[in-house]
Design a protein around this ligand. Structure first.
Ligand code: SF4
Length: 407
């Protein structure tokens, strides 16, 4: 940390998740970058007595600056990045199957399944090790941002990537293990150095002596702090799918997704398995081969629903092209690192907080994020291009059942 670390020295003695973060903040040789997942802003306020479902985005940004992080970035930025990468990957897979386009590198299996939930990734690797080609090769949004920080942003600021310390504040305990996977490294360097849960961030804010409820509304830093509304809803079941459809449909047809307020209503809500079908009519000429194709999607949260959908995938009978799976029922708003809440309908209230964040924004589609488009123009090149593959994509490991079978 370069400047005002407000950590009371006592905290450095603690042997919990916060210790390495306080230590990095106190180290003048480190540039400490923090990012925050969408779902955190929907629940952090509960730790300070605010009503369930109060979004606290601005206060949270102020708190992170006050604690002394050098750069306060937003995982929303890389949720938008995920949509560009994953949407392009989906189109590539659809082309491979429907057009016989055999130039496609990497897996071409349909349905393609989302890969941003480490709870889900662990489950599929153990329970359905033969089906890993269905997973999108996209890393999860926070590890994507870590990789961009340690490459693009390190270069931009003249910082040795070894001196950058990336902290992710997540609703999720599984993310603590995700960052240790060798598949989440670039050139032998971890994308993310530490994960704090929402509850741990609340403890950090309290230790720093901040009066959270009365903090002014702050901003995230540029150039990796801007996110569209599509990125806000990543924290709720159905959100990643809706965000992807907002972009893919518009890229293919040149028109907005035909749903009121851009919400794909059949996949909104807390049902275990939700489905929708969208027919592509009058696509732009370059997507002519998709004319009349009905794209079937399914969304599930919680591993029970995931297993049901996976049985169909394994049997070759799945009618879907694209499936979103989140490990926790309701999605990340209900993750294991969130404040414990017993209030009735708390998942609905937290979901609403994220939908309201989405709706209050002018920019609500990932491909409209101007800072993200700049990153592609100035650094990454094309979605799914060479550098994207190097930094932002990964592979998976057959574990569990498979290992037992081959022994
Ligand atoms: Fe983590 Fe649960 Fe969100 Fe998956 S759904 S990323 S396990 S909080």
């Amino acid at each position: 940390g370069q400047c005002t670390v407000v950590c009371p020295t006592g905290a450095l003695k603690e042997t919990d998740g916060l210790t390495p973060v306080w230590r990095a903040l106190a180290d003048p040789g480190k540039r400490v970058v923090v990012q925050v997942a969408p779902a955190v802003r929907a629940a952090l306020g509960e730790e300070f007595g605010l009503p369930v479902g109060t979004p606290v985005t601005g206060k949270m940004a102020t708190a992170l600056h006050e604690i002394g992080f050098d750069d306060v970035f937003d995982t929303l930025f890389s949720a938008d990045l995920t949509i560009l990468e994953e949407g392009t990957e989906l189109l590539g897979r659809l082309n491979a199957v429907l057009k016989g386009d055999d130039n496609k590198e990497g897996p071409t299996a349909l349905p393609m399944i989302t890969s941003c939930s480490p709870g889900w990734i662990k489950h599929i690797e153990h329970q359905f090790p033969e089906e890993l080609d269905h997973l999108s090769t996209c890393k999860s949004p926070h590890t994507m941002l870590g990789a961009v920080v340690k490459s693009f942003y390190a270069e931009r600021t003249g910082t040795d990537p070894k001196d950058m310390f990336v902290v992710s504040v997540m609703p999720c305990t599984a993310k603590k293990y995700e960052i240790q996977r060798p598949e989440m490294e670039v050139d032998g360097r971890r994308d993310v150095d530490a994960v704090l849960t929402t509850r741990e961030l609340a403890r950090m804010i309290k230790k720093a002596g901040l009066d959270f409820v009365n903090l002014p509304e702050g901003e995230f830093d540029s150039p990796l702090g801007l996110g569209t509304g599509a990125a806000d809803i990543f924290g709720v079941t159905g959100g990643v799918m809706e965000a992807a459809l907002r972009t893919v449909y518009e890229v293919v047809t040149g028109r907005e997704l035909p749903f009121e307020k851009l919400h794909v209503t059949p996949i909104v809500g807390l049902d275990q398995v939700k489905t929708a079908s969208i027919t592509i009519e009058e696509p732009l000429p370059v997507y002519g081969h998709l004319n009349g194709v009905t794209v079937n999607v399914a969304v599930t949260s919680g591993l029970e629903g995931a297993s049901k959908l996976m049985e169909e995938v394994a049997a070759g009978t799945s009618p879907y092209h694209f499936i979103e799976v989140m490990g926790c029922p309701g999605g990340c708003i209900n993750g294991g690192g969130q404040p414990r809440c017993t209030e009735e309908n708390y998942r609905e209230k937290r979901s609403k907080a994220l939908y309201s964040e989405d709706e209050r924004k002018v920019l609500r589609k990932s491909h409209e994020n101007p800072d993200l488009m700049k990153l592609y123009n100035e650094y990454l090149g094309e979605p799914n291009g060479h550098l994207s593959h190097h930094l932002l994509h990964t592979h998976y490991v057959r574990r569990g059942k498979y290992n037992q079978l081959v022994k």
